[in-house]
Design a protein. Structure first.
Length: 119
């Protein structure tokens, strides 16, 4: 699968990229919100892992922008904060799931298997 990881924390991006690549997935990373929709159109990922807090754009706004260009693209939001209202809004806007940092990598593997089965 092709996976796009969006997070302003370079270490998190690199950690997830290494993890996904070790599972055989083609993975791109983006560190700024302004580049996300462009990468969705160019890279054509099968799933996006999107941080809900980015310095230049709100993750929920990006979620809506991504859904505007690809309504069926699975998007998993990521957060280090317990922002119940934002998480609920993300689901309302079409998020597939929410991952809390630090990550449970077994859960992520199962999530990818679910997405792959439903493609």
């Amino acid at each position: 699968m092709k996976i796009l990881v969006v997070d302003d924390d370079i270490e998190i991006c690199e950690m997830l990229k290494s993890f996904f690549m070790s599972l055989g997935h083609d993975t791109n990373i983006v560190n700024v919100g302004a580049e996300v929709v462009k990468q969705v159109l160019i890279f054509e990922p099968d799933i996006v892992f999107l941080d809900i807090r980015l310095p230049d754009k709100d993750g929920l706004d990006l979620l809506k922008e991504i859904k505007d260009v690809n309504k069926i693209l699975p998007i998993v939001i990521m957060t280090g904060y317990k922002e119940a209202e934002k998480v609920i809004d993300a689901f309302r806007f079409g998020a597939l799931d929410c991952l809390l940092k630090p990550f449970n990598f077994d859960y992520i593997k199962n999530l990818l298997a679910h997405v792959k089965l439903n493609k």
